[in-house]
Design a protein around this ligand. Sequence first.
Ligand code: FAD
Ligand code: DHB
Length: 391
Amino acid sequence: RTTTVGIIGAGPAGLLLSHLLHRQGIDSVVLELRDRAYVERRQRAGILEQDTVDVLRASGAGARMDRQGLEHHGIELRFDRRSHRIDFPSLTGGRSVMVYAQTEVVKDLVELRLKDGGTVLFEAEALSVDGADTDRPTIRYRHEGAEETLECAYVVACDGFHGIGRRSLPEDLLTVVERTYPFSWLGILADVPPSCDELIYAHHERGFALHSMRSPQVSRLYLQVDPDDSVDNWSDERIWDELDTRFAVDGDWTLRRGPITEKSITPMRSFVAEPLRHGRLFLAGDAAHIVPPTGAKGLNLAIADVTLLAQALTRHHTQGDEAAIDAYSETALRRIWRAEHFSYTMTTLLHADPAESGFDRELRLSHLRYLAGSEAASASLAENYVGFRTN
Ligand code: FAD
Ligand code: DHB
């Protein structure tokens, strides 16, 4: 099999890249380890930045998002039993975000790719990338029991943190930096209308809690838990009780309870591998970088990477312009590091660190109060949350 761009991974990054390249007349093959139902159901992110919304819309992939997505103009910070709203449009020159689940973005992109005659091979496991520093790199993969080779002009690894793409760069070229956190997130989906119109990011001495949503009927909530905790320790009742405690606020607000349909625990890390290119092999999305979820940057970064890369590959392939692919890594990393900093800041601001000193705790509370009381501080949070213009 041959193609122009061999893409490993049918997450949001790989699927959108394939779609954007198709719009430029460039063919690609997407290899995906899992089956279609699995990638369409995997519960992950839920917030799209303005730029992400714009990219999906401009590429013709935004129709259902525009019908079913919920535009949000702010978030609430909750601590000291009080609520503080951060208003996005007034602080960012009119920008906002969209609540639309990653599962839905993936479903829309798979459907569109198949409708446009694109090739997405499910249950196809990439095994290795060879010849990245030649003009004809190849991907070795296993599909329907047989080992095959995909010959490409370019290979893009969009295969997430545990994929093989990053490991295919020469070890002495790659620099990796990483940070782990002393907590994880227990995430639930519940069949109950959200108890709020906007997301609530709560800091409590017992830990962080987040009230998000998937639709007017489905709530998505998260609790900070210990990294070695297990969902088996969390009965539905214990989860709702703990959420009640952490969201408690003076005044009349109640958390609506409902049947919990999904429970899982996600570890947290910050991770950046660079450079994002070796010859004709490129990295994009979680294959190259991970942010802790607080602030919802992971999916948005993946989309930003491939938007940039689609332009660069198009320029190189159609005009022989080397400059764009040469600049990809450095340009993408500017946004990546901004998101790393913001996600780290939001995470340390809102979580309770079991090992922290009294000094660290007071700094956090002071930072929270500053955000609540200062328009300059709120504007900085809002600007980062709706998405930065760094490329
Ligand atoms: P992925 O979505 O990971 O896609 C990679 C794809 O590659 C997968 O489909 C995988 O099956 C496939 N693959 C892997 N190895 C191979 C191989 N060898 N051959 C072929 N295919 C392969 N972000 C937020 O903003 N908010 C959140 O609440 C949030 N929650 C998250 C919860 C979890 C459990 C995880 C893991 C991530 C979460 N994220 C969240 C981050 C966000 O979902 C990711 O940043 C986003 O999925 C990145 O997209 P991607 O396409 O780069 O990678
Ligand atoms: C969601 C996840 C986040 O990490 C976040 O900051 C906001 C919302 C979510 O899954 O809905």
